[in-house]
Design a binder for this molecule. Structure first.
Ligand code: PBG
Length: 336
Protein backbone atom coordinates (compact mmCIF):
# COMPACT_ATOMS: atom_id res chain seq x y z
CA UNK A 1 0.00 0.00 0.00
CA UNK A 2 1.10 3.50 -0.63
CA UNK A 3 1.62 5.88 2.21
CA UNK A 4 -1.15 8.49 1.81
CA UNK A 5 1.00 11.16 3.45
CA UNK A 6 3.69 10.80 0.79
CA UNK A 7 4.39 12.90 -1.20
CA UNK A 8 3.13 15.62 1.07
CA UNK A 9 3.58 18.24 -1.61
CA UNK A 10 1.59 17.67 -4.78
CA UNK A 11 1.97 20.47 -7.34
CA UNK A 12 0.05 18.38 -9.88
CA UNK A 13 -3.23 19.35 -8.17
CA UNK A 14 -3.27 22.66 -9.93
CA UNK A 15 -2.52 21.08 -13.30
CA UNK A 16 -5.35 18.56 -13.25
CA UNK A 17 -7.91 20.23 -15.53
CA UNK A 18 -7.96 22.97 -18.16
CA UNK A 19 -9.93 25.12 -15.70
CA UNK A 20 -7.27 24.66 -13.02
CA UNK A 21 -4.49 25.42 -15.46
CA UNK A 22 -6.20 28.58 -16.61
CA UNK A 23 -6.70 29.74 -13.04
CA UNK A 24 -3.18 28.86 -11.93
CA UNK A 25 -1.52 30.54 -14.91
CA UNK A 26 1.14 33.10 -13.99
CA UNK A 27 1.66 34.77 -17.34
CA UNK A 28 -1.03 36.09 -19.63
CA UNK A 29 -0.40 37.52 -23.02
CA UNK A 30 -2.82 40.15 -24.31
CA UNK A 31 -3.26 41.15 -27.94
CA UNK A 32 -2.42 44.76 -27.07
CA UNK A 33 1.07 43.62 -26.01
CA UNK A 34 1.82 42.46 -29.54
CA UNK A 35 3.35 44.63 -32.25
CA UNK A 36 3.36 43.56 -35.89
CA UNK A 37 6.42 44.32 -38.03
CA UNK A 38 5.26 45.29 -41.55
CA UNK A 39 7.41 45.48 -44.69
CA UNK A 40 6.35 47.97 -47.33
CA UNK A 41 7.94 48.09 -50.76
CA UNK A 42 7.76 50.84 -53.29
CA UNK A 43 5.10 50.55 -55.97
CA UNK A 44 1.50 49.49 -56.34
CA UNK A 45 0.02 46.05 -56.84
CA UNK A 46 -0.18 42.79 -55.00
CA UNK A 47 1.89 41.96 -51.92
CA UNK A 48 5.00 39.90 -52.68
CA UNK A 49 5.77 36.77 -50.68
CA UNK A 50 9.11 36.60 -48.83
CA UNK A 51 10.60 33.20 -49.65
CA UNK A 52 12.42 32.69 -46.36
CA UNK A 53 9.45 33.83 -44.25
CA UNK A 54 6.43 31.78 -45.35
CA UNK A 55 3.26 33.71 -44.51
CA UNK A 56 4.99 37.11 -44.40
CA UNK A 57 4.86 39.48 -47.36
CA UNK A 58 6.26 42.72 -48.65
CA UNK A 59 3.25 44.97 -48.82
CA UNK A 60 2.55 47.45 -51.54
CA UNK A 61 1.09 50.81 -50.67
CA UNK A 62 -2.30 49.34 -51.66
CA UNK A 63 -2.14 46.27 -49.46
CA UNK A 64 -0.66 48.21 -46.55
CA UNK A 65 -4.02 49.82 -45.88
CA UNK A 66 -5.69 46.42 -45.50
CA UNK A 67 -2.89 45.20 -43.24
CA UNK A 68 -3.33 48.16 -40.91
CA UNK A 69 -7.05 47.43 -40.66
CA UNK A 70 -6.29 43.77 -39.94
CA UNK A 71 -3.84 44.72 -37.17
CA UNK A 72 -6.33 47.12 -35.62
CA UNK A 73 -9.17 44.58 -35.77
CA UNK A 74 -6.96 42.00 -34.07
CA UNK A 75 -6.54 44.47 -31.20
CA UNK A 76 -2.75 44.75 -31.52
CA UNK A 77 -0.76 47.39 -29.69
CA UNK A 78 0.90 48.72 -32.80
CA UNK A 79 2.74 48.19 -36.04
CA UNK A 80 6.45 48.65 -36.78
CA UNK A 81 7.02 49.76 -40.37
CA UNK A 82 10.03 48.88 -42.52
CA UNK A 83 10.55 50.39 -45.97
CA UNK A 84 11.91 48.54 -48.98
CA UNK A 85 13.00 51.21 -51.47
CA UNK A 86 13.43 50.57 -55.18
CA UNK A 87 16.75 52.38 -55.31
CA UNK A 88 19.47 52.20 -52.70
CA UNK A 89 22.63 54.29 -52.47
CA UNK A 90 25.65 54.74 -50.22
CA UNK A 91 24.00 57.36 -47.99
CA UNK A 92 20.60 55.70 -47.88
CA UNK A 93 19.02 58.89 -49.18
CA UNK A 94 15.55 57.31 -49.41
CA UNK A 95 15.45 57.29 -45.62
CA UNK A 96 15.34 61.06 -45.30
CA UNK A 97 13.31 61.81 -48.43
CA UNK A 98 9.78 62.83 -47.36
CA UNK A 99 8.59 60.91 -50.43
CA UNK A 100 10.73 57.89 -49.58
CA UNK A 101 8.76 54.66 -49.19
CA UNK A 102 8.94 54.46 -45.40
CA UNK A 103 7.73 58.01 -44.91
CA UNK A 104 4.94 57.60 -47.46
CA UNK A 105 3.88 54.35 -45.79
CA UNK A 106 3.94 56.02 -42.38
CA UNK A 107 1.58 58.81 -43.45
CA UNK A 108 -0.81 56.26 -44.87
CA UNK A 109 -0.62 53.97 -41.81
CA UNK A 110 -1.23 56.84 -39.41
CA UNK A 111 -4.25 57.94 -41.40
CA UNK A 112 -5.66 54.41 -41.48
CA UNK A 113 -4.84 53.51 -37.86
CA UNK A 114 -6.39 56.52 -36.17
CA UNK A 115 -6.27 55.93 -32.44
CA UNK A 116 -6.33 52.16 -32.75
CA UNK A 117 -2.60 51.48 -33.05
CA UNK A 118 0.72 53.08 -32.18
CA UNK A 119 2.44 53.55 -35.53
CA UNK A 120 6.17 52.93 -35.24
CA UNK A 121 9.03 53.15 -37.71
CA UNK A 122 12.41 51.50 -38.03
CA UNK A 123 15.09 54.15 -37.78
CA UNK A 124 18.13 52.63 -39.40
CA UNK A 125 19.85 52.94 -42.74
CA UNK A 126 20.31 49.31 -43.74
CA UNK A 127 17.11 49.06 -45.76
CA UNK A 128 18.20 52.12 -47.74
CA UNK A 129 21.94 51.65 -48.30
CA UNK A 130 23.37 49.77 -51.26
CA UNK A 131 26.08 48.23 -49.04
CA UNK A 132 23.45 47.09 -46.53
CA UNK A 133 25.05 48.57 -43.41
CA UNK A 134 23.12 50.41 -40.73
CA UNK A 135 25.21 53.52 -41.24
CA UNK A 136 27.34 55.39 -43.74
CA UNK A 137 30.88 54.23 -44.46
CA UNK A 138 34.17 56.09 -44.09
CA UNK A 139 36.98 56.12 -46.67
CA UNK A 140 38.15 52.71 -45.45
CA UNK A 141 34.75 51.09 -45.70
CA UNK A 142 34.12 51.07 -41.95
CA UNK A 143 30.80 52.23 -40.49
CA UNK A 144 31.33 55.85 -39.44
CA UNK A 145 29.54 56.33 -36.13
CA UNK A 146 29.33 60.12 -35.99
CA UNK A 147 28.58 60.68 -39.66
CA UNK A 148 25.78 58.15 -39.26
CA UNK A 149 24.36 60.11 -36.33
CA UNK A 150 23.89 63.08 -38.68
CA UNK A 151 21.85 60.84 -40.98
CA UNK A 152 19.78 59.47 -38.07
CA UNK A 153 18.99 63.02 -36.97
CA UNK A 154 17.56 63.84 -40.39
CA UNK A 155 15.81 60.51 -40.57
CA UNK A 156 14.17 61.10 -37.18
CA UNK A 157 12.84 64.48 -38.26
CA UNK A 158 11.49 63.04 -41.52
CA UNK A 159 9.76 60.20 -39.67
CA UNK A 160 8.29 62.55 -37.07
CA UNK A 161 7.03 64.76 -39.88
CA UNK A 162 5.43 61.72 -41.52
CA UNK A 163 3.56 61.03 -38.29
CA UNK A 164 5.50 58.21 -36.67
CA UNK A 165 4.66 58.06 -32.97
CA UNK A 166 7.56 55.88 -31.92
CA UNK A 167 10.98 55.80 -33.55
CA UNK A 168 12.67 52.41 -33.41
CA UNK A 169 16.38 53.19 -33.23
CA UNK A 170 17.87 49.91 -34.35
CA UNK A 171 21.24 50.95 -35.75
CA UNK A 172 23.39 50.47 -32.62
CA UNK A 173 25.47 53.62 -33.14
CA UNK A 174 26.92 55.13 -29.96
CA UNK A 175 25.00 58.22 -28.90
CA UNK A 176 22.04 57.64 -31.23
CA UNK A 177 19.33 58.09 -28.59
CA UNK A 178 20.88 61.30 -27.33
CA UNK A 179 21.22 62.79 -30.80
CA UNK A 180 17.72 61.86 -31.92
CA UNK A 181 16.10 63.06 -28.69
CA UNK A 182 17.83 66.44 -28.95
CA UNK A 183 16.92 66.80 -32.61
CA UNK A 184 13.26 66.05 -31.91
CA UNK A 185 13.12 68.39 -28.93
CA UNK A 186 14.86 71.21 -30.82
CA UNK A 187 12.27 70.80 -33.56
CA UNK A 188 9.47 71.02 -31.02
CA UNK A 189 8.62 67.33 -31.43
CA UNK A 190 8.64 66.44 -27.75
CA UNK A 191 5.59 64.26 -28.49
CA UNK A 192 7.52 61.65 -30.49
CA UNK A 193 8.78 58.72 -28.41
CA UNK A 194 11.98 56.69 -28.75
CA UNK A 195 12.21 52.93 -28.69
CA UNK A 196 15.90 52.14 -28.24
CA UNK A 197 17.09 48.79 -29.54
CA UNK A 198 19.35 48.89 -26.59
CA UNK A 199 20.63 45.34 -26.41
CA UNK A 200 20.71 44.32 -30.04
CA UNK A 201 22.99 41.38 -30.72
CA UNK A 202 24.87 40.47 -33.90
CA UNK A 203 22.72 37.48 -34.74
CA UNK A 204 22.36 34.75 -37.32
CA UNK A 205 18.63 34.93 -36.64
CA UNK A 206 18.31 38.09 -38.76
CA UNK A 207 19.02 35.98 -41.85
CA UNK A 208 15.51 35.96 -43.36
CA UNK A 209 15.11 39.72 -42.73
CA UNK A 210 17.86 40.38 -45.27
CA UNK A 211 15.66 38.62 -47.79
CA UNK A 212 12.62 40.57 -46.62
CA UNK A 213 14.24 43.96 -47.26
CA UNK A 214 16.39 42.74 -50.17
CA UNK A 215 19.57 43.70 -48.42
CA UNK A 216 22.87 42.61 -49.87
CA UNK A 217 24.95 43.18 -46.79
CA UNK A 218 28.67 43.36 -47.45
CA UNK A 219 30.53 42.02 -44.45
CA UNK A 220 28.74 41.75 -41.12
CA UNK A 221 27.46 43.93 -38.30
CA UNK A 222 29.81 42.81 -35.55
CA UNK A 223 31.48 46.19 -35.15
CA UNK A 224 28.24 47.73 -33.91
CA UNK A 225 25.88 45.00 -32.74
CA UNK A 226 26.65 43.17 -29.49
CA UNK A 227 28.56 39.92 -29.23
CA UNK A 228 26.23 37.03 -28.43
CA UNK A 229 28.40 36.03 -25.49
CA UNK A 230 27.94 39.27 -23.56
CA UNK A 231 25.29 39.59 -20.87
CA UNK A 232 26.71 42.46 -18.81
CA UNK A 233 27.33 44.47 -21.93
CA UNK A 234 23.62 44.13 -22.75
CA UNK A 235 22.78 45.62 -19.35
CA UNK A 236 25.28 48.41 -19.99
CA UNK A 237 23.68 49.31 -23.31
CA UNK A 238 20.26 49.40 -21.65
CA UNK A 239 21.57 51.72 -18.93
CA UNK A 240 23.20 54.01 -21.51
CA UNK A 241 20.05 54.31 -23.59
CA UNK A 242 17.99 55.05 -20.49
CA UNK A 243 20.44 57.79 -19.54
CA UNK A 244 20.17 59.20 -23.07
CA UNK A 245 16.40 59.43 -22.77
CA UNK A 246 14.93 56.25 -24.24
CA UNK A 247 11.19 55.90 -23.56
CA UNK A 248 11.25 52.15 -24.12
CA UNK A 249 14.18 49.73 -24.37
CA UNK A 250 14.34 46.65 -26.56
CA UNK A 251 16.18 43.35 -26.39
CA UNK A 252 16.72 41.62 -29.72
CA UNK A 253 16.59 38.79 -30.75
CA UNK A 254 14.33 37.35 -28.07
CA UNK A 255 14.53 33.60 -27.60
CA UNK A 256 18.30 33.26 -27.36
CA UNK A 257 18.55 36.33 -25.09
CA UNK A 258 15.96 35.75 -22.38
CA UNK A 259 18.54 36.27 -19.64
CA UNK A 260 19.37 39.71 -21.03
CA UNK A 261 15.65 40.42 -21.21
CA UNK A 262 15.09 39.31 -17.62
CA UNK A 263 17.99 41.51 -16.48
CA UNK A 264 16.52 44.52 -18.26
CA UNK A 265 13.04 43.83 -16.91
CA UNK A 266 14.39 43.66 -13.38
CA UNK A 267 16.07 47.04 -13.53
CA UNK A 268 14.48 49.24 -16.17
CA UNK A 269 12.13 52.00 -15.01
CA UNK A 270 10.67 52.19 -18.55
CA UNK A 271 8.90 49.46 -20.56
CA UNK A 272 11.07 46.64 -21.87
CA UNK A 273 10.17 45.10 -25.18
CA UNK A 274 11.57 42.16 -27.10
CA UNK A 275 11.78 41.45 -30.83
CA UNK A 276 11.12 37.89 -31.90
CA UNK A 277 13.08 38.21 -35.13
CA UNK A 278 12.79 36.77 -38.61
CA UNK A 279 14.94 33.69 -37.98
CA UNK A 280 12.97 32.81 -34.88
CA UNK A 281 9.83 32.94 -36.99
CA UNK A 282 11.21 30.96 -39.91
CA UNK A 283 12.73 28.29 -37.69
CA UNK A 284 9.38 27.39 -36.16
CA UNK A 285 7.55 27.68 -39.49
CA UNK A 286 10.09 25.37 -41.15
CA UNK A 287 9.96 22.74 -38.42
CA UNK A 288 6.16 22.87 -38.46
CA UNK A 289 6.07 22.55 -42.25
CA UNK A 290 7.98 19.29 -41.86
CA UNK A 291 5.47 18.12 -39.28
CA UNK A 292 8.17 18.06 -36.62
CA UNK A 293 6.41 20.34 -34.14
CA UNK A 294 2.88 21.50 -33.44
CA UNK A 295 2.95 24.91 -35.06
CA UNK A 296 0.32 26.74 -33.02
CA UNK A 297 1.57 25.41 -29.71
CA UNK A 298 5.15 26.31 -30.58
CA UNK A 299 4.15 29.83 -31.62
CA UNK A 300 2.14 30.46 -28.47
CA UNK A 301 4.77 28.90 -26.22
CA UNK A 302 7.52 31.01 -27.75
CA UNK A 303 5.59 34.25 -27.18
CA UNK A 304 4.55 33.25 -23.67
CA UNK A 305 8.18 32.50 -22.83
CA UNK A 306 9.26 35.95 -23.97
CA UNK A 307 6.55 37.63 -21.87
CA UNK A 308 7.34 35.37 -18.91
CA UNK A 309 10.99 36.45 -19.09
CA UNK A 310 9.87 40.05 -18.65
CA UNK A 311 8.84 41.61 -21.95
CA UNK A 312 6.07 44.17 -21.61
CA UNK A 313 5.44 43.92 -25.34
CA UNK A 314 6.69 41.69 -28.13
CA UNK A 315 7.35 42.46 -31.78
CA UNK A 316 6.45 39.29 -33.63
CA UNK A 317 5.50 38.32 -37.17
CA UNK A 318 2.78 36.15 -35.64
CA UNK A 319 1.13 39.11 -33.89
CA UNK A 320 -2.20 38.96 -35.71
CA UNK A 321 -2.50 35.19 -35.60
CA UNK A 322 -1.54 35.00 -31.93
CA UNK A 323 -3.89 37.83 -31.03
CA UNK A 324 -6.79 36.14 -32.78
CA UNK A 325 -6.12 32.93 -30.88
CA UNK A 326 -5.81 34.80 -27.61
CA UNK A 327 -9.13 36.51 -28.07
CA UNK A 328 -10.82 33.24 -28.98
CA UNK A 329 -11.23 34.12 -32.65
CA UNK A 330 -8.43 31.86 -33.78
CA UNK A 331 -8.47 28.28 -34.89
CA UNK A 332 -7.85 26.87 -31.45
CA UNK A 333 -7.91 27.98 -27.84
CA UNK A 334 -4.40 28.17 -26.52
CA UNK A 335 -4.85 25.88 -23.54
CA UNK A 336 -6.92 23.06 -24.98
C1 PBG B 1 17.76 47.14 -38.74
C2 PBG B 1 16.92 45.98 -38.33
C3 PBG B 1 17.16 44.65 -38.58
C4 PBG B 1 16.10 43.96 -38.04
C5 PBG B 1 15.22 44.88 -37.51
N1 PBG B 1 15.76 46.14 -37.69
C6 PBG B 1 18.26 44.00 -39.33
C7 PBG B 1 19.59 43.91 -38.73
O1 PBG B 1 19.93 44.59 -37.79
O2 PBG B 1 20.39 43.13 -39.26
C8 PBG B 1 15.94 42.48 -38.06
C9 PBG B 1 14.58 42.00 -37.73
C10 PBG B 1 14.38 40.57 -38.04
O3 PBG B 1 15.33 39.81 -38.32
O4 PBG B 1 13.22 40.15 -37.98
N2 PBG B 1 17.09 47.90 -39.70
Amino acid sequence: MTDPSFPSVRPRRLRATPAWRRLARETRVHPEQLVLPVFVREGAGEPLPIASMPGVVQHSIDSLRREIVRAAEAGLGGVMLFGVPEHKDAEGSGATDPDGILNVATRLAVEEAGDALVVQTDLCLDEFTDHGHCGVLDAHGAVDNDATLDRYRDMALAQAEAGSQLLGLSGMMDGQVDVVRSALDDAGRTDVAILAYAAKYASAFYGPFRDAVQSSLQGDRRTYQLDAANRREGAREVALDLAEGADIVMVKPAMSYLDVLADAAATSPVPVWAYQVSGEYSMIEAAAAHGWIDRERAVDESITGIVRAGADAVLTYWAVEAAERLSGRGARRRDA
